[in-house]
Write a protein of this length. Sequence first.
Length: 384
Amino acid sequence: MRVLADQYLYRVREQIPEQFKVDLFDPHNGFPDEAPDYDALLVRTVTTVTPQTMPEAGNLRFVATATAGFDHIDRHHLKSIGVHFAHAEGCNANAVAEYVITVILCWAEQQGIDLRSKKIGIAGCGNTGGRAAGYLKRLGLEVFLYDPPKQNREKDFVSCSLDELLSCNVISFHTPLTDSGICPTRGMCSKRWLETGWDLLINTSRGGVVNEEELILAHERGDVKTMVTDVWEGEPQFRDELATRSLICTPHIAGYSAESKWLATKMVADQLAWFFDVPLSGAVVERGEMMAGKQREKLAALLSGDTRRSGSVLWTLTPIADYDRELRSLIGRSGTDKKRLFSSLRSETPLRSEFKTLFAEFAGDRSIPEIGKLFIHETCSVNL
């Protein structure tokens, strides 16, 4: 059996069972025309699978995206041509949640804000929104969870009202991009929402969930004071003005970590094995292999200094500033250049280590920052 996989899938050859012959394709060259000659196709968000890109299945029986989101895949089309679909649900939930916690704490420290006096809204409470909310609650903060579809599906979940969400000071979006259902999310953050005003708006979900034109106008009016933008309408293109106005702007990379990428590949590889009824690969990864050397060195240095400012500790340990600088360097570029370079940033940027991996290395050290305990111990509460 033959598998065609995106060459940027993390350590993909290790995780595909030996019964498969694996060939790789470069997504920068567009959809691989040879895909229908294979038994399975593994992609990322940069490759769209639609009637236009793949009108017929050919030999294909299985298509998977090693990502949590799947708005780049026309699932109805795949079903109509007899192709099974799989994705890596929740693979990057912790990585995105860590990004959100980092920018909230840094923003609060930068502005001299006591977060305990603020209300934080989470729009979309699946794997990612739920993980972010968990961290925020363990920090002792007031969190409002908004997810009407989840309330309809799960009897134990109660969504806050829209009015309660809009009354928050900080809002973070974690919804998929949908056009149907009881609460379509395309453009859900509209002019009406934005006019209510927020101190901080974070979007790490999907471009299109927030109306970018209206967001720019809301920022101009002062309704939305500060923005953190990781996802963009029309990716790999992005609006220069929105990037310029954002406190932090990154190239859809909030969920990029060695841990999340390993898990994403593992999840689709395991589903591939299940579908074709072959044994799992059994590949494992040691914690040390997930450790980014520069981050480890920074943490070791931090432990000998002042670690009381939680936001500063996390900011020092993450390459978010590097992501931001690289994206800003594309502002003003021509459309073709910007598209190519944005895609390259997403494919080729070195992966970061998650805080749990970093802090676990120093778990027995008495000088470990208080904020580090948030990521090592899943149930403990941490004081800001």
